[in-house]
Design a protein around this ligand. Sequence first.
Ligand code: SAM
Ligand code: SF4
Length: 338
Amino acid sequence: MEVSAFIARNADIPFALSGSDMALSDAFGRRIDYLRVAVTDRCNLRCIYCMPKGVPSCAAPGTPIEKETLECLLRVAVKQGLRKVRFTGGEPLLRGDIPELVHSAKSLGVADVSLTTNGLFLKDRSRELKEAGLDRVNISLDSLRPERYARLTGGGSVEHVFGAITSAEAEGLSPVKINVVPIRGINDDEIVEFAALTHMKPFHVRFIELMPVGEEGWGTERRISSSQVMKIISASLGRLEPVGAEGTSRNFRLDGSKGFLGFISPMSNHFCGTCNRLRLTTRRTLRPCLFSNEEFSIAGVDSDDDMEAVLRRVAQSKPIGKGCRPSIPLEAMSQVGG
Ligand code: SAM
Ligand code: SF4
């Protein structure tokens, strides 16, 4: 999209900052109110599409953000309109202090605090996280079959993930969202089973298009587009009724279902035009876009004024979206948080 067309389409988004409007926005007028925080690049799994062979689990191991710097960032960002934080990684539950980080975010005024996890350690920690202020969780689950799940993840137990889903639901970390990456020849025969879960439970089952990772761009030929996934589902389960978009997810429901189906299409239908997010990586850098190589360090930044200056620079460097489709394969996803 041309910049002028983008601006015309988003004419209702405030542009310049005035004294009374301290909201963070980028050079194209997009409001930035969402931060994804990768709290560690360590992981207890090694999913084939996230850390394929040849991609070291920690390409250049980071020094994950410490609580004090994160609090400084959040305090400043909340003043500028931040309303949503998602903790991710690596596996965020490998950080012992994750409840404290959640608590900090909530008490600093972040309205919506969520976490993306593989779920292996969630069952026994759902209550603690809920009490710390966590609003909801996304649990990644790419197969419902024990042996296949173990193969896909490098040894994970699907039973533990089922336990995590049950405990998250019981503690009210809802809606529980289940992230599925459909991969041709690997789990595409389970797409309908995943979708049918929404008949029984008020889950949001979200299908995420496979993104290429690593030097070899693992997965390029195995990607199944969102529209192909939708066709597979509607051929077996009937019409998908659109129920609007939520962030990057286009949502639908099946007739009579309790939950929703979401389709996240970073490859086939990118959402750059309405992107509202920044990412904090495990190298303590802010990244304006998942697919950009530009990063801004916040290591050692300890004053609110300096942090505000970095935030504004990062926001201003956010690309418009043209060219966002990743032509260069990504490095380890676990450092930028997916
Ligand atoms: N370890 C946590 C987990 O697995 O949920 C959080 C980090 S993981 C990097 C975050 C999300 O990124 C997961 O839902 C995962 O499925 C997704 N992801 C990882 N690699 C991906 C890829 N190559 N393409 C699409 N999604 C990917
Ligand atoms: Fe670990 Fe999550 Fe990547 Fe799987 S997707 S290897 S669980 S960081």
